[in-house]
Write a protein that binds this ligand. Structure first.
Ligand code: LMR
Length: 392
């Protein structure tokens, strides 16, 4: 029987009537009360919008110029205004929408290209790309001696042919949380340049690894190599706008004719699928990014959120250590972002859900962004107890 995916497990969790149930399924930030709060700055901007908005008929198929420009400035922190003009950034339905449009265009424009995904990766990546692209390949993404095993990635990707497309996650790798160092990004950019690969950067977690600016290192490095690449970013996590489905697709291409061809293709996909993107989220993002006061309030709230997730991670690691189970489930402790990735068997994942009401996805990925502090002991003690049950 097919195993349940992230959103199906969430449905199952909601229907579970047990009081002690713990939802660690989806990468959503939850506060101490179990609510995914609206950022204060977002609330403020929304209140202003309600009184000032005068139309719901803006008809910007690719998003407003203000939205596009403010997103560009947030992403490409080392480029001059003139260089930004060469980049096409369009509004999409979150990063997922951007990835889906990209997959669609690649399948049509480059039918011979294979798409390379990390193994493991976000559970929805293969599904999004398999909808369009027939040849999906994998490169291993795993730790070695506590850090990312870059040699294996380089060796796997050396089998890629010119014109192939490779997906990287710009920061906070989902599910592993393994950090990619500056030196390693340079190696990856150099490989893409030498082998003429087209990188897609899935940038769903900007601001959740180190901070909003330092997390753009990967884009600065790719700019330095002068190669064509694509960025798919989202404001779900870093502005808490999950349900608004607000993100962007950016094309950093050297050839303006190619950018124009892609723009036409994007317009065609948008027109034939949803016609126009929803506007509310884009108005909020534009205002937060372009108003200096709101911008700095947002950065502060985001910093606090990230620090709090890191604090939760430490609580879990420390408790696991205290219970003597760290080595068993963590083959590296330097993880960043919304998740902790444990080495659990499917049997273990099922047992935790069925016996303890702890919901974790099959990869062993635990959303600590959703973890209520008061449940840390319960989680770790359940892990220890079930480990014993599985062994005996
Ligand atoms: C996750 O990985 O949990 C998030 O990106 C939410 C989702 O849609 O899967």
């Amino acid at each position: 029987m097919k195993r349940k995916g992230i959103l199906q497990l969430l449905e199952q969790y909601k229907a579970d009537s047990r009081e002690q149930k713990v939802n660690l399924v989806v990468g959503i930030y939850m506060d101490k009360t179990g609510n995914s709060p609206i950022f204060n700055v977002v609330k403020k901007v929304e209140e202003n919008l309600i009184s000032s908005e005068i139309t719901k008929a803006k008809f910007n198929m690719l998003g407003s110029c203000e939205y596009q420009d403010s997103v560009k400035k947030l992403l490409f922190t080392n480029l001059e205004e003139k260089e930004l003009d060469n980049i096409l950034t369009v509004q999409t339905l979150g990063a997922s929408g951007a990835l889906s449009i990209t997959a669609n265009i690649i399948a049509n424009k480059y039918p011979e290209a294979s798409l390379w995904l990390s193994n493991p990766t976000w559970e929805n990546h293969p599904a999004i790309f398999e909808n369009h692209i027939s040849s999906i390949k994998e490169y291993q993404f795993k730790p070695k001696d506590g850090v990312l095993d870059i040699d294996t990635i380089i060796s796997d990707l050396s089998a890629a042919k010119a014109g192939d497309v490779v997906l990287f996650q710009g920061c906070c790798h989902n599910p592993t949380g393994i950090v990619i160092t500056t030196d390693q990004w340079n190696k990856l950019a150099s490989l893409c340049s030498e082998r003429h690969l087209l990188p897609i950067i899935d940038f769903a977690y900007q601001g959740l690894e180190v901070d909003l600016v330092l997390d753009t290192e990967v884009l600065n490095i790719f700019n330095g190599y002068g190669i064509d690449y694509i960025v798919c970013n989202s404001f779900s996590k870093n502005m808490g706008l999950y349900d608004e489905r607000i993100g962007a697709l950016s094309l950093v291409f050297n050839d303006s004719k190619l950018t124009q061809e892609w723009e036409l293709a994007i317009r065609n996909i948008v027109r034939t699928t949803y016609s126009l993107p929803p506007v509310h989220g884009s108005l909020v993002v534009t205002e937060v990014l372009s108003n200096p006061e709101f911008n700095s309030a947002w950065r502060q709230e985001l910093d606090e959120l990230r620090d709090y997730i890191d604090y939760r991670r430490n609580l879990v690691f420390n408790k696991m250590k205290e219970l003597g189970i760290t080595d068993k489930y963590l083959n590296y402790t330097q993880q960043k972002g919304m998740f902790i990735c444990l080495q659990l068997s499917l049997e273990h994942v099922d047992l935790l859900r069925e016996e303890y009401g702890i919901y974790i996805i099959d990869s062993g990925r635990v959303s600590i962004a959703s973890l209520d502090e008061t449940k840390v002991n319960y989680l770790c003690e359940s892990l220890a107890a079930t480990a014993y049950m599985i062994e005996s």
